[in-house]
Design a protein around this ligand. Structure first.
Ligand code: DOR
Ligand code: ZN
Length: 451
């Protein structure tokens, strides 16, 4: 365990409505104390970081990460995904169950937890809703919860059966855990490669309509209302879906939602290759870049605006990456054959800081959706720098520019549409329970990396 004094950083902690220069002392894995900048006394034997010009926040929490182990270790392992997480500033990540085999038994929940315990980030386990994620028979949700599952999802697929979802939501009410649904109607999305609209027409790609998402979001709300269960909408991406969630929340329905950085910063126009996204970046991108293929697809400008409004007014509770690493062979092919998903843990921060620079979200809104927002959904005392709490801390340089190259990423998944771009914003130190799990480059005394 290393103690640390982080001096003169800009401390942004939405759980305390705090955004001010300050000093932060970490001791014995806990947040010990906060002072206004420069007021912390000299603390003997404590490693110091001069954080002038840096931002200090609670460790980020990601509700939606695909780690691929077991089954597809060529795409990612729990260890590499965990290292990518802390490099991106995430100290807690939720592992989705679409592995092979799926995380649909207590033994599998325990297995993932055991393997993850050796890693850099805290890994919480989301278990499957249905056995084998087949959408036919409910998994043993009570046993999965007892084994430590923090929620249930057949992600990758929706819970297509209304009856199955109704039963799952009834359990959700008893267990007080969310059913995290990937809302895309399997019939309406069949064969779809990107968002349905003028861009898809122009590119000659089959589209999936926004309504494919909206019919399931509306259904999830109706069944949450019927059962009193908790529906969590994964990677919400359309304007109408945001409106449905807003309305449901106003009526007191137990529904929550997450949005991804990619749905917040990109539109379907980028499938045509209009780049770069980051000002000053030299990267030029070709159309039909398979790294822009993701489910749900990148949407229209109107949808993006609605997502931003939903984040600002609290309709959307959290930003989650939907980190979906794939092997190069899954992406080096025709658009129609490419696997959907993009590697997101390490580019989330620069993508979101771009929105701050453009004046679309405040830094506090971004950090809220990465910390206290998801912590509340998990019901855990995380996502805060309150004294006495767990010392999960992220320190980043908002103006540090770096180029997104395969080598720059810890993740095995190099499948990001930002490849080649010069982005701004980099995590320089990540502490998990007071331990440096990433970075430590700017410490005035070296802080040993404990792995
Ligand atoms: O694009 C996606 N990829 N969306 C999902 O929901 C699943 C994910 C994956 O597992 O690759
Ligand atoms: Zn999904």
């Amino acid at each position: 365990m290393s103690d640390a004094l982080i001096r003169r950083g800009r401390i942004v902690d939405p759980s305390q409505n705090l955004d001010a220069p300050g000093d932060l002392l970490v001791r014995d894995g806990k947040i010990a104390r906060l002072w206004p900048a420069g007021e912390a006394p000299n603390a003997d034997g404590v490693l110091e970081l001069d954080a002038a010009g840096l931002v200090v926040t609670p460790g980020f929490i990601d509700l939606h990460v695909h780690l691929r182990e077991p089954g597809h270790e060529e795409k990612e392992t729990i260890a590499t995904g965990s290292q990518a997480a802390v490099a991106g500033g995430f100290t807690t990540i939720c592992a989705m169950p679409n592995t092979e085999p799926a995380t649909d038994s207590a033994a599998m929940v325990e297995y993932v937890g055991r393997v993850a315990a050796a890693g850099a980030a805290r890994v919480l386990v989301v278990a499957a809703v249905s056995k084998g994620r087949q959408g036919k028979e409910l998994a043993e949700l009570g046993e999965l919860a007892a084994a430590g599952a923090v929620g249930f999802s057949d992600d990758g697929n929706p819970v297509a059966s209304n009856t199955l979802l109704r039963n799952a939501l009834a359990y959700s009410r008893m267990l007080r855990l969310p059913i995290m649904d990937h809302c895309e109607d399997p019939e309406l999305t069949k064969g779809g490669q990107m968002n349905e609209g003028p861009v898809a027409t122009r590119l000659g790609l089959k589209g999936t309509p926004a309504a494919a998402e909206e019919v399931l979001v509306a259904r999830d709300v109706a069944l949450a209302e019927l059962t009193g269960g908790w529906a969590h909408i994964c990677h919400i991406s359309t304007a109408r879906a945001v409106a449905i969630v807003r309305d449901a929340k106003a009526r007191g329905v137990r529904v929550t939602a997450e949005a991804t950085p990619h749905h917040l910063v990109m539109t379907d126009e980028l499938v045509m290759g209009r780049w770069p996204l980051f000002p000053g970046s030299a990267a030029a991108h070709l159309p039909y870049d398979t790294n822009t293929k993701v489910n749900p697809p990148l949407r229209s400008r109107v949808d993006v605006e609605a997502l931003l409004a939903g984040l600002r007014d609290g309709t959307i509770d959290a930003i989650a990456t939907d980190h979906a690493p794939h092997h190069v062979l899954d992406k080096e092919c025709e658009y129609d054959f490419a696997a959907p998903g993009l590697s997101g843990l390490e580019t989330a921060l620069p993508a979101l800081l771009l929105l701050v620079e453009q004046g679309k979200l405040s830094l506090a809104e971004v950090i809220r959706a990465l910390t206290v927002g998801p912590a509340r959904l998990l019901g855990r005392e995380l996502g805060s720098l309150r004294p006495g709490g767990v010392a999960d801390v992220t320190v980043f340089d908002p103006s540090l520019a770096w180029q997104v190259t395969p080598d720059a990423l810890f993740s095995k998944g190099k499948n990001t549409p930002f490849l080649g771009e010069t982005v701004k914003g980099k995590v320089v130190l990540t502490l998990r329970e007071g331990r440096a799990v990433h970075g430590a480059t700017r410490l005035t005394q070296p802080l040993a990396l404990e792995r």
